[in-house]
Design a protein around this ligand. Structure first.
Ligand SMILES: C[S@@+](CC[C@H](N)C(=O)[O-])C[C@H]1O[C@@H](n2cnc3c(N)ncnc32)[C@H](O)[C@@H]1O
Length: 293
């Protein structure tokens, strides 16, 4: 991969590969195929493996298609949200899979493309939709949400402790249509503490709200569990505490899920050194129970 253009590096790929191999996985549902990093590693590990890969973002599916071309019909790719995964499997006549992987949230490819509006460090329109074909944008939320509701959104989706102050600052400056202007409004409203940019949590919260990410996880994880064979594995990598709390709650609540006691796992120090984006990753794994009592 030495001379390839910069691309999203799959996070905790070693740990994922270890779990998939230990469970004898031949057919993987990659629910967040993204740039195809995890799928590429999995398909390269054993010629008898196959994947069904979905992603909500048509541009990511096109990218994965290109990168996984060499695997021919061992890779089936489709544009779909998690909530549509059962329909995708039904359309392919697949009753169940051996494992399902959710590498949650945005890809670094999203942050590296200013035109998508995910980054507060580069100029772009406040969009943030994974699927740009429809639905409200971040600008719609920023400009049309009543100030009290905006504060709740920032708190609940971003764990933002200055939610009220930021929401009031935004309301006073509306309309706000681009990323750098929003970052600047936040920077002027709240003090900079430590190394984290004050706009980090607001941008995260808007992205989660724009894409209905928590509702998608609520639908997607139980749907994947239903489509696992007995003893099959559900793997979920989260990148912030709100996401990890939700994954943990679902895996504890779902009667079909038996959470593995060694989880959550974080990345090894060498991975964090090579890919700082991996530092907040948490991998949770659950086994599909044989029987439901
Ligand atoms: C962290 S990236 C996955 C990277 C991938 N594992 C790789 O190694 O290249 C997460 C991907 O999930 C997609 N995504 C986010 N929410 C989704 C949803 N509800 N349904 C399907 N895909 C979603 C994003 O578009 C993004 O490409």
């Amino acid at each position: 991969m030495g001379n390839e253009a910069p691309i999203h590096r799959p996070v905790m790929a070693r740990e994922v590969a270890r779990f998939l191999a230990a469970a004898g996985t031949k057919l993987l549902l990659d629910a967040t195929v993204g740039a195809g990093g995890h799928s590429l590693a999995f398909l390269g590990s054993d010629p008898s493996t196959r994947i069904v890969g979905i992603d909500r973002d048509p541009a990511m599916v096109a990218r994965a298609r290109e990168r996984l071309l060499a695997f021919g019909d061992r890779a089936t790719l489709e544009v779909s949200p998690y909530s549509g995964l059962e329909a995708v499997l039904d359309a392919r006549g697949l009753a169940c899979v051996d494992a399902a992987l959710f590498d949650l949230g945005a890809s670094s490819v999203h942050f590296d493309e200013p035109g998508r509006g995910f980054s507060f460090l580069a100029p772009g329109p406040l969009d943030m939709r994974y699927d740009p074909r429809g639905g409200p944008t971040a600008a719609d939320l920023v400009n049309d949400t009543p100030v009290e509701d905006l504060a709740v959104l920032l708190l609940e989706h971003g764990d933002e402790r200055d939610a009220g102050r930021i929401a009031r600052a935004i309301a006073a400056e509306r309309p706000i249509r681009d990323t750098l202007r929003l970052a600047d409004v936040i920077l002027r409203a709240v003090p900079r503490r430590g190394r984290i940019h004050p706009a980090t949590r607001t941008f995260q919260a808007l992205r989660i709200a724009v894409n209905g990410e928590f509702a998608e996880i609520e639908h997607g994880l139980p749907a994947a569990l239903r489509r696992l064979r007995s003893g099959g594995l559900l793997l979920a990598i989260s990148f912030h505490s709100g996401e990890d709390r939700l994954v943990k709650r679902i895996l504890r609540r779902e009667p079909l899920a038996e959470p593995l006691p060694e989880c959550p796992l974080g990345p090894e120090a060498d991975e964090v050194r090579e890919n700082p984006r991996a530092r907040s990753a948490r991998l949770r794994v659950a086994r599909r129970r044989e029987e439901v009592r």
